[in-house]
Design a protein around this ligand. Structure first.
Ligand code: CP
Length: 295
């Protein structure tokens, strides 16, 4: 693995190895406290972030390395040639993580970068989120293969990465989205041969028999101008106690949540919700990823 732009770049076995390493890192943090001593991570952000920024920065500190936060707008990424800037970063840092508006930007960076480039979220994929999510599911259930995850809502970057992640490790994933908001064909095609992906429009059908129910914002970063239209279409896809009925799946949300929209307070704060452990596991999964790429 040189770069991580999408989980299509990794085999199912490599994903499972990263999850196992994430479990070890979480359990024995001291064993890894100097593993990336003197290594530097450049963190480029074109969009806002709480969890991704903090978990990468804290992760590098806990591994004995250092992270440099680079706001796209206050660096010369705005005026210089992207690929020249990336080449320069490789002279100071050992890896780059970047959150970008357009996935094409990551491809351009990876094409010239001599150091690993990690997707910290693009309009198409959010692979680091899905790695943390698998770690959380394994932690809560003790396994991955054979489980069913239901994703309800917008077929966005998180949904695309979950489709690839779940099917790569032998999990079934049932996706319910409104018409016009389906996941990317690139993600669907990557999962198709596994026979583990079910696509549809009915949230009730999707959550039936699910071990995990997952949702995300109806208005992702970059789609703010579509808010009015989206808020008319998505209400039937709210994860609430009526949708869940008597079932007791684990509830996941990558956060930030818009309470009262894609998820109710009752579900988000209910006994089955694992959203804060899920947020924490971004840290452990990304530490494993950094070790995999840099050690
Ligand atoms: N889930 C996630 O990526 O959170 P942030 O946008 O806060 O980084």
């Amino acid at each position: 693995m040189k770069h991580l732009l999408t989980l299509k770049d990794l085999s199912g076995e490599t994903i499972l190895e990263l999850i196992r390493l994430g479990e070890s890192v979480k359990r024995f943090p001291e064993s890894y406290s100097e593993a990336l001593k003197n290594k530097v991570l450049a963190m480029i952000f074109q969009k806002t972030s709480t969890r991704t920024r903090m978990s990468f920065e804290a992760g590098m500190a806990q591994l004995g390395g250092h992270a440099i936060y680079l706001d796209w707008c206050t660096t010369n990424l705005t005026v210089g040639h992207l690929q020249d800037e990336v080449r320069c970063m490789g002279r100071y840092a050992n890896a780059i993580t970047a959150r970008v508006d357009n996935h094409r930007t990551l491809r351009q960076m990876a094409r010239v970068s001599e150091i690993p480039v990690i997707n910290a979220l693009s309009d198409r994929f959010h692979p680091c989120q899905a790695l943390g999510d698998l770690l959380t599911i394994k932690e809560k259930t003790g396994r991955l293969s054979g489980l069913k995850l239901a994703y309800v809502g917008d077929g966005n970057n998180v949904c695309n990465s979950l489709i690839i992640a779940c099917t790569a490790v032998g999990m079934r994933i049932s996706v319910a989205t409104p018409s016009g908001y389906e996941p990317l064909p690139e993600a669907v095609n990557a999962a198709r041969k596994s026979g583990l992906l079910q696509l549809g429009k009915d949230p009730v059908k999707a959550v039936r028999g699910a071990d995990i129910v997952y949702t995300d914002t109806w208005v992702s970063l970059g789609h703010e101008e579509e808010s009015k239209e989206r808020l008319k279409v998505f209400p039937p896809y709210q994860v609430n106690s009526k949708l869940l009925g008597k079932s007791r799946p684990f509830i996941m949300h990558c956060l930030p949540a818009h309470r009262g929209y894609e998820i109710t307070d009752e579900v988000m704060d209910g006994p089955q919700s694992v959203v804060f452990d899920q947020a924490e596991n971004r840290l452990h999964a990304q530490k494993a990823l950094l070790l995999g790429l840099l050690k």
